[in-house]
Write a protein of this length. Structure first.
Length: 285
């Protein structure tokens, strides 16, 4: 095996063009998956690339460097209320030690159906920035994660940032995770919601995503459309009647498919009401 720890982004991209590498940022998924087996892959260690760390802003986007840790995101109090679901999810990713080490890009590249960071990024219309020697491209998060442990990243590409368009940073968001215990748990179901309410409390805009109930986290577009213009008193019935056909839950050791679908409905309802309550409260203030 080969091991390399590039000191610059250019060096990392040049190395990616030379063979097949396993990429390590935080390593919080890589090492547990390896178990007691010897490492036989060529390893490209990205932990010296400080230029890929931190949260910045352009005229059009908020930019999260690929190596930004979950602890950094949880502590980013300068972010608007639309990012609250992402900050809440950051506090649910594993233990404190994992939050200190695990990265936002690593969570996406691992492509687990139960990745905590994916639903909050979906409701923010986030996109993934990929760089290679041939240039830069941007993919929406929903187009980057293709399936369970499968992404659209090419072998010669490196995820360098997650970008959130400023047009999506409206309203307030909320995140609800259901598991068998409070901490250090793989989700049975999770939901992220971002809502924009008007002065009367009606839904002006809604973005809803559910994770751990399909091979990839899903936007619930039908419910988003049905909620537009609805008054707060109408939401409970709307959500209760919605079939959540976008989801493809499975039976496993944590829950049955039917339980997951019912759980998704319940936690989406909780997240919607929490988001709308906070948003209308801010508008009234």
């Amino acid at each position: 095996m080969r091991y390399a720890k590039p000191k610059s982004l250019d060096e990392a991209i040049a190395l990616l063009g030379d063979g097949s590498w396993r990429l390590i940022a935080g390593g919080t998924d890589f090492y547990p998956a390896q178990g007691t087996r010897p490492i036989r892959d060529d390893v490209l260690d990205l932990n010296a690339l400080d230029e890929l760390r931190g949260i910045s802003e352009t005229h059009t986007h908020y930019v999260f460097g690929a190596r930004t840790s979950w602890s950094e995101i949880a502590a980013a109090r300068h972010l608007s209320p639309a990012f609250e679901a992402l900050r809440m999810a950051a506090r649910e990713v594993g233990s404190i030690q994992v939050q200190n080490t695990g990265t936002i890009a690593g969570n996406l590249c691992n492509a687990s159906p139960a990745a905590d960071g994916v639903p909050p990024l979906l409701v923010l219309d986030a996109e993934v920035e990929l760089r290679s020697a041939s240039g830069v491209r941007h993919l929406p998060v929903g187009g980057f994660i293709l399936g369970n442990r499968v992404t659209a990243r090419r072998q010669d590409e490196l995820v360098t940032a997650i970008r959130v368009p400023k047009a999506a940073v409206k309203g307030r968001s909320h995140f609800v995770k259901l598991g068998a215990r409070r901490y250090l748990v793989i989700s049975i179901a999770m939901a992220a919601v971002r809502v924009v309410g008007d002065a009367s409390g009606r839904i002006e805009e809604a973005a809803i995503a559910v994770g751990a109930c399909s091979p990839v986290a899903k936007r619930i577009a039908g419910l988003e459309a049905a909620m537009k213009g609805a008054a707060p008193g109408e939401l409970e019935a709307l959500i209760a009647q919605y079939p959540f056909d976008e989801l493809q839950p499975i039976d496993d050791v944590r829950a049955t498919a039917d339980y997951r679908r019912q759980a998704a409905r319940e936690i989406v309802g909780r997240a919607v009401l929490a988001s709308l309550r906070e948003d209308t409260g801010r508008a009234a203030a």
